[in-house]
Design a protein around this ligand. Structure first.
Ligand SMILES: [Fe+2]
Length: 436
């Protein structure tokens, strides 16, 4: 758009032609109109930086034209002209948006200065509009770029996390398959590694461990008996007591676990997994193996595994005995608090819900679980279970607890309940005997 265009409106032909000629000679691009209607029509077709309006015209007054022009282009500078002084017109024009008021004949130099200022004002206004527009576009574009970059980063992060998650799942699947292979060397201890891991994780959660520690506990739990793949299968499956040499060979599985797991080259946070896994037979009182570590010398996660490992062993059927009564099993754990086990771990174990214990204990036989029992058993802990097993006068609540518990636990029903509660079906009857 040109900023030099001037609209000259005057019904007096002589004055109009003279002023048009002077302004054109001064470098202005002048369009002239002889009435208000023609002026409005001209302004519709092209933008003007300024308008010189005669106040008195036959069709429309200058003020009428002024209002239309300003409504059409608020930035236009409008200068009113008249042949004689009419104060009321002058005030009306200024109120309607006129920039100046001149008496004819106009002082040409003053008029030219005013018009140049009007054109400069118009040019600056246009530049300002263009810059504002460019700034808005740039800002919108920048905002869009930031959004796009943020989206790309989020996508990259999602892909990385998915990739890491897939790697982690893949790695965990490998460990799970390996743990199944370890346990299947002896059918009676099937799922032992899985159950020990799940008991340990429950204990870890009850003890407030973070996710990294729980991950380590999971890996160490699944792999804790890896060294058994080097133990003679006949010894593992042997019925009856072991010779000193055989017992020695079985004990060597702990060091074997360390040696084999070290080949996995666990890195960073997981670097101590081999040590955690291989320390699961250390005892809190320092009489365990392979290193006879004592108390806090034993990694906390190994102390947790020790409780979980023994809990599963004494609550499961073995070659040399049927499942132990829950009363005996829990009293062994409690008795060994501070001996075999870290007291903090045993006290956490007694806070484990009976519901979670049964779900893990029955890992091989989940299809037999009744949801109503599992929900009802959520209200009881192993501490409640032990009290119920030891009482001589069970309450109705304890009777209900033991009735639901012994639908799944194969160990003998305590004498005080025997007349009221049938023993559990022998879920493990189809599993041949072996030694652990
Ligand atoms: Fe072991």
């Amino acid at each position: 758009m040109s900023a030099e265009k001037i609209l000259l409106v005057d019904d007096n032909k002589g004055q109009r032609v003279t002023l048009e000629s002077i302004l054109k000679h001064s470098g202005f691009d002048v369009t002239s109109a002889d009435c208000g209607t023609a002026a409005i029509e001209a302004a519709k077709n092209q933008p003007f930086a300024a308008a010189l309006l005669d106040i008195k015209m036959p069709d429309l007054t200058g003020i009428d034209v002024l209002k239309v022009l300003k409504a059409h282009n608020p930035e236009m500078v409008v200068i009113m002209m008249t042949g004689y002084s009419e104060t009321e017109y002058a005030i009306g024009a200024l109120n309607a948006g006129a920039s100046a008021y001149f008496l004819k004949p106009a002082n040409i130099e003053q008029l030219k200065t005013l018009l140049k200022q009007a054109i400069e004002h118009q040019r600056l206004t246009e530049e300002n509009k263009a810059m504002s527009h460019a700034l808005r576009e740039w800002s919108a574009s920048l905002e869009e770029k930031v959004k796009e970059r943020t989206r790309q980063l989020a996508e990259a992060q999602r892909i990385t996390l998915n990739f890491y998650d897939a790697l982690k799942k893949n790695f965990e699947s490998t460990l799970e398959v390996l743990s199944i292979a370890i346990d299947q060397r002896d059918p009676l201890t099937a799922s032992h590694s899985f159950r020990v891991t799940e008991y340990a994780l429950e204990l870890g959660r009850l003890m407030g461990l973070g996710q990294n520690e729980l991950d380590k506990l999971r890996y160490a739990g699944l792999m804790h008996d890896l060294g058994k793949i080097e133990v003679n299968e006949d010894i593992l499956r042997k019925e009856g007591s072991l010779t000193a040499e055989e017992y020695q060979e079985i004990q060597e599985h702990a060091q074997g676990t360390f040696t084999l797991l070290s080949k996995f080259k666990f890195k960073n946070d997981l670097a101590d997994v081999p040590n955690i896994a291989s320390s699961h037979h250390e005892r809190f009182d320092g009489t365990g193996y392979p290193k006879k570590l004592k108390g806090s010398q034993i990694p906390l996660l190994s102390r947790i595994l020790a409780v979980a490992d023994v809990l599963d062993a004494i609550t499961s059927k073995r070659h040399y005995r049927n499942a132990m009564s829950i009363e005996n099993a829990l009293s062994i754990v409690k008795r060994e608090s501070g001996g075999h086990f870290d007291p903090e771990c045993t006290s956490s174990l007694f806070r484990l819900s009976v519901s979670n214990f049964i779900k893990i204990h029955m890992a091989e036989h989940l299809r037999y679980l009744d949801t109503e029992d599992i929900v009802a058993l959520e209200d009881f802990t192993l501490e409640d279970l032990q009290k119920a097993a030891e009482t001589k006068e069970p309450t109705a609540k304890q009777m209900d607890l033991m009735r639901r518990f012994h639908k799944y636990y194969e160990g003998p029903v305590p004498a005080v309940y025997k007349d009221h509660i049938p023993p559990a079906p022998k879920f493990s009857d189809d599993i041949p005997a072996a030694n652990c």
